[in-house]
Design a protein around this ligand. Structure first.
Ligand SMILES: Cc1cc2nc3c(=O)[nH]c(=O)nc-3n(C[C@H](O)[C@H](O)[C@H](O)COP(=O)(O)O)c2cc1C
Length: 430
C-alpha cells in the first residue's frame, strides 16, 4: 500500500514515481544537460569503502551535534527546495517531520508555503535566498523571515541558469488556469492517489512563491520569481558580505566547490558553507561534492562550519561526509521522495533511515560518537579527491615545482606562477 513504511530511499523514489504526475516527478529528478553530476554525486559515495571492526564496538553512540549554534539530534538537515505540487502540505509537512526528528528545516524562498507557517511548524528554520531583485526587496524578504522566527539565512549563489536536459524538461504551467488544468488533466488522472490528496483539500496546487510577495502586493508566480532572479545582476563578494551584514545572524553560503571561494566566504564573514553543486542541477560535469569536500574542509574547516549536500541517500553517505570533513549534511531529493511517497510520515521515514544507517556505520567502525569518524576508516580509489581552485589568485603565491617529464633533466623549477596551475581545477590524489 502506498502509505506504508519503506525500507530505503530508493524504494521511496520508486513510490514517488508511481504516485506523482510525470511532470511533477520529472521536476524533482531535475539535473541538467547530460545528468553527469547528478549521477556522480551518488556514485561517488558508493566508491568510498568501509574498513569496519569486528569487535570492540560501543554500546551507545552519540549522533547529535550543532549547526550554526543550533543543537540537532543528528547531522542531517533539510536542504531548501521548492516543493511545488508534490504534496498539498508541502514544506509545512517537511518542517513538522524535521521538528519531530530534532533537526533543522531549510526553507526555499521559492517554496509553496509561507515562512510564517513553516517556522511555526519548526522553530529551527533557516530561510534560503537567492541574489534576486533589488537590495530593498532582499532586505524586506529577510526581515519578514526574521520576524517569522527564522534562525539562520542560507544564501544560495551557485546557480548559473544552465538549462536543457537531454531527456527533456517537464512542462510546468505558469499558473493553474483552466486551460493549463485541461492540458495537465490527462497525466493527473493517471495518478488518482496524488489527485485525491489535493481534492481533499479543495485546492489545486499553488504555483506561486508566497515568500516573495511584496508588501501590499501579490505573490509572484514561480516563473515570475525566476525571471526576476535571472535578470538581477550577479553578486560580487562585497555583495555577499553586504547580505551577511544585513542579516547579522548565523549565515550559510550554499554552493561552494572551490577552495579559493571557501576562503573568500571566510573573508565575507559567513558562519558556514555548504559544499554543493545544487544537486547536479547547475553546471553539468561539476565534480561530485564528496570528492571536493576534504580539500575545502582542510582549508577553512577550522574557521567556519563546513556542510555538504548532493547525493546523500543513505546513513553511510552521511558517515562518509562527516569523516571527510563535513560537520553535517543537507538532503534534497531523499526527503522529496519521502514526501511524495507518504507526506510527513514519509519524510520522517527518510530521516529515520538516515539515522539508522549512520548509527550502523558508527557502530561498525567502533566509535562512540560521530565526532570520532575518521578518514582512516574508509578506502578511497586513487585520484578520488580533488582540490578545485587550490591556488589563491589574490595572493599570487608561488606554486609547487613542476614534476619533470620522463626523460628530461631533473632541473628544479623556480617558484614562479604558472597560470594554468593556479587557476584551473587541480586534480589531486589521496
Ligand atoms: C527539485 C529541487 C528544487 C531545488 N530548489 C532549491 C532552492 O529553491 N534553493 C536551493 O538553495 N536549492 C535548491 N535545490 C538544491 C537542494 O537544496 C540541494 O542542494 C540538492 O537537492 C542536494 O542534492 P540531492 O538532491 O542529491 O540531495 C533544489 C533541488 C531540487 C532537486
Amino acid at each position: 500500500m502506498a502509505g506504508a513504511w519503506f525500507e530505503t530511499v530508493a524504494e521511496a523514489q520508486r513510490r514517488a514515481k508511481r504516485r506523482l504526475p510525470p511532470s511533477v516527478y520529472g521536476a524533482l529528478v531535475a539535473g541538467s544537460e547530460k545528468g553527469v553530476t547528478i549521477e556522480q554525486n551518488q556514485d561517488a559515495f558508493a566508491r568510498l569503502g568501509f574498513a569496519p571492526h569486528v569487535a570492540g564496538h560501543q554500546p551507545e553512540r552519540d549522533l547529535s551535534t550543532t549547526v550554526m549554534g543550533i543543537p540537532v539530534s543528528m547531522p542531517v538537515l533539510i536542504s531548501p527546495t521548492g516543493v511545488q505540487a508534490v504534496h498539498p502540505e508541502g514544506e509545512v509537512a517537511v518542517a513538522r517531520a524535521a521538528a519531530n526528528r530534532g533537526t533543522i528545516m531549510g526553507l526555499s524562498s521559492f517554496a509553496s508555503k509561507a515562512v510564517e507557517d513553516v517556522a511555526e511548524a519548526n522553530p529551527n528554520t533557516f530561510f534560503q535566498m537567492y541574489w534576486s531583485g533589488s537590495r530593498d526587496a532582499m532586505v524586506q524578504r529577510m526581515e519578514r523571515a526574521r520576524a517569522a522566527g527564522a534562525k539562520g539565512l542560507i544564501a544560495t549563489l551557485d546557480w548559473s541558469f544552465s538549462n536543457g536536459r537531454d531527456w527533456g524538461s517537464p512542462w510546468i504551467p505558469e499558473k493553474l488556469t483552466l486551460k493549463a488544468a485541461m492540458r495537465f488533466a490527462p497525466q493527473a488522472l493517471t495518478r488518482p492517489a496524488w489527485l485525491a490528496d489535493y481534492l481533499r483539500t479543495g485546492r489545486v496546487p499553488d504555483l506561486s512563491a508566497p515568500n516573495l510577495e511584496p508588501p501590499g502586493g501579490e505573490a509572484p508566480t514561480f516563473f515570475g520569481a525566476y525571471y526576476e532572479w535571472m535578470t538581477t545582476p550577479p553578486p560580487s563578494w562585497e555583495d555577499v558580505a553586504w547580505l551577511r551584514e544585513q542579516w547579522g545572524g548565523p549565515f550559510m553560503l550554499k554552493g561552494v566547490t572551490r577552495i579559493d571561494d571557501a576562503k573568500r566566504a571566510v573573508d565575507a564573514g559567513v558562519t558556514a558553507i555548504s559544499v554543493s553543486n545544487h544537486g547536479g542541477n547547475n553546471l553539468d560535469t561539476t565534480p561530485a561534492t564528496i570528492r571536493v569536500l576534504p580539500g575545502v574542509a582542510d582549508a577553512v574547516g577550522s574557521q567556519i562550519e563546513v556542510l555538504l549536500d548532493g547525493g546523500v541517500r543513505r546513513g553511510s553517505d552521511v558517515a562518509k561526509a562527516l569523516a571527510f570533513g563535513a560537520k553535517a549534511v543537507m538532503i534534497g531529493r531523499a526527503y522529496l521522495w519521502g514526501l511524495a511517497a507518504n507526506g510527513q510520515a514519509g519524510v520522517e521515514n527518510v530521516l529515520d533511515l538516515l539515522r539508522g544507517g549512520l548509527d550502523s556505520a558508527v557502530l561498525g567502525l567502533g566509535k562512540a560518537s560521530i565526532h570520532e569518524l575518521d578518514r582512516a576508516d574508509f578506502i578511497a580509489p586513487p585520484d578520488f579527491f580533488l582540490k578545485l581552485g587550490e591556488g589563491d589568485e589574490r595572493q599570487a603565491r608561488p606554486t609547487r615545482p613542476r614534476r619533470p617529464r620522463a626523460g628530461t633533466a631533473q632541473k628544479p623549477v623556480a617558484a614562479e606562477t604558472h597560470p594554468d596551475e593556479v587557476t584551473a581545477a587541480t586534480a589531486q590524489g589521496g
